[in-house]
Design a protein around this ligand. Structure first.
Ligand SMILES: [Fe+2]
Ligand SMILES: [Fe+2]
Length: 432
């Protein structure tokens, strides 16, 4: 019988003792033959080590981090950045893809950010006043949360018009533009988005057919495609419903940076893998955590208890939410999108981004799952998690990417994040 760090376990090993969560609850019995699901669960609960049967054998160590070029001559900055990033990656196997490449990229970004801003950013900017609420209420019903919020009972009118266009295979360019133009704020956001570098490649490919700046919805439809623009409009049209959360609970700037970062990453992953339409992936990334906003607004005491529990046990927020509320923010967001009759694949991408064991086909949720991992790993905004949740091996396999292929996509994702933040929040100043 030997003691093994959880990050050094591999499928096929056998537990020599019962495993309990850090809070003392029973997790797995002695004699369990570990499979990938067990390893995910142990990592998710942030357990440091377990006792397994058999002899100790050498395990790969976490690779020593190569010092980013930007840190030359600043060992103090490198040391502080590496400590912060190692803490963020504490639940990940650093010797395996994609965590190995994400760690290297995250360290590089953290060094650059500290050199530019002089202070750590990201999760550190989250308000911590939820610690003041000490009760631990019982489980809730998802429907009750949505029923009690009049804004969520039905979607905005413009959404219904766009939805009708999407649902009609015979819809035309004019129908798509018409459905959007009555909402000037939505139309302006979409035009800014289409004029960002987001569609720069398409516009370059169409050089000569369009002016340098797209200034009308009908031209935007021609560049992006009617259904694609309607899908983008669907996601953007509901954003105003998720803006007015008390700032002492969630830092909304960090929330949207994380969401837009996930959207940019999901879109790039969709383009690279062909697993889903890029605009659908973008909207799914944008809305993937809206359940967190609904829960904070409708059940603040529950969410405070979940955040306290996640911090005390070192587990991801979604697992603590399941314990405290009876469901997680992904299921709540998916439930709302289902009630609003969002396209089924988009709803599933939101609903299962933390639960890849559930859907029969995981290709589409895998895109949002990995995009969320990338956004959290890179420290884009605030995900509500101090530590990066473990990467689902099946999701990583479904994408069919190598670590280096993913690494090559990340700079483009970061550019899209900055561009899209400027499109949606014109007052926003980079760097993020
Ligand atoms: Fe999430
Ligand atoms: Fe997230």
């Amino acid at each position: 019988m030997v003691t093994r760090a959880v990050t050094e376990l591999s499928p096929g090993m056998v537990l020599a003792e019962d495993v309990l969560t850090p809070g003392g609850r029973f997790l797995m019995p002695r004699g369990t033959v570990l499979d990938v699901g067990h390893l995910k669960s142990l990592l998710a609960w942030n357990l440091a080590e377990v006792r397994v049967a058999g002899e100790a054998s050498p395990c790969p160590d976490a690779p020593a981090a190569a010092a980013p070029d930007a840190a030359q001559g600043r060992p103090d900055v490198l040391e502080a950045a590496e400590a912060a990033v190692r803490e963020r990656f504490a639940c990940c196997i650093l010797a395996a893809s994609p965590c190995d490449v994400l760690f290297r990229l995250a360290l590089d970004r953290e060094v650059r950010r500290r050199l530019a801003e002089g202070v750590p950013a990201g999760e550190g900017g989250e308000d911590r006043s939820w610690r003041m609420i000490e009760s631990e209420p019982g489980h809730l019903a998802m429907d009750a949360l949505l029923r009690d919020e009049p804004q969520l009972v039905s979607p905005p009118e413009v959404y219904l018009r766009i939805s009708a266009v999407l649902g009609d295979p015979a819809s035309t360019v004019e129908d798509a533009a018409e459905s959007i133009k009555h909402d000037p704020s939505l139309a302006a956001k979409l035009l800014r988005l289409v004029n960002s570098s987001y569609y720069a490649r398409t516009m370059r490919a169409m050089r000569g057919r369009f002016p340098a700046k797209i200034d009308s919805l009908s031209r935007a439809v021609t560049v992006v495609g009617a259904r694609q623009l309607a899908t983008l409009a669907l996601g953007v049209s509901v954003l105003p419903l998720f803006q007015d959360i008390p700032q002492n609970w969630v830092n909304m700037r960090l929330f949207w940076e994380h969401s837009v970062g996930c959207a940019a990453a999901a879109q790039a992953l969709a383009e690279a893998t062909g697993l889903v339409n890029p605009e659908t992936a973008f909207v799914a990334g944008l809305l993937h955590d809206i359940g967190r906003i609904i829960a904070f607004k409708q059940a603040p005491a529950h969410m405070a208890a979940a955040m306290r529990r996640a911090e005390a046990e070192g587990c991801p927020l979604y697992l603590a939410e399941r314990e405290v509320l009876g469901f997680d923010h992904a299921a709540l967001g998916g439930h709302l999108l289902q009630k609003w009759q969002f396209p089924a694949n988009l709803e599933k991408m939101v609903r299962y981004h933390h639960d890849l064991d559930e859907p029969f086909i995981i290709d589409e949720p895998a895109v949002v799952h990995l995009a969320d991992v990338v956004a959290t790993a890179m420290g884009w905004g605030g995900s509500g998690n101090r530590r990066l949740p473990a990467v689902d091996p099946a999701a990583w396999a479904a994408l069919g990417l190598t670590g280096e292929a993913l690494a090559a996509l990340v700079p483009g994702m970061e550019d899209r994040l900055a561009d899209t933040m400027r499109s949606f929040f014109p007052d926003h100043q980079g760097p993020l």
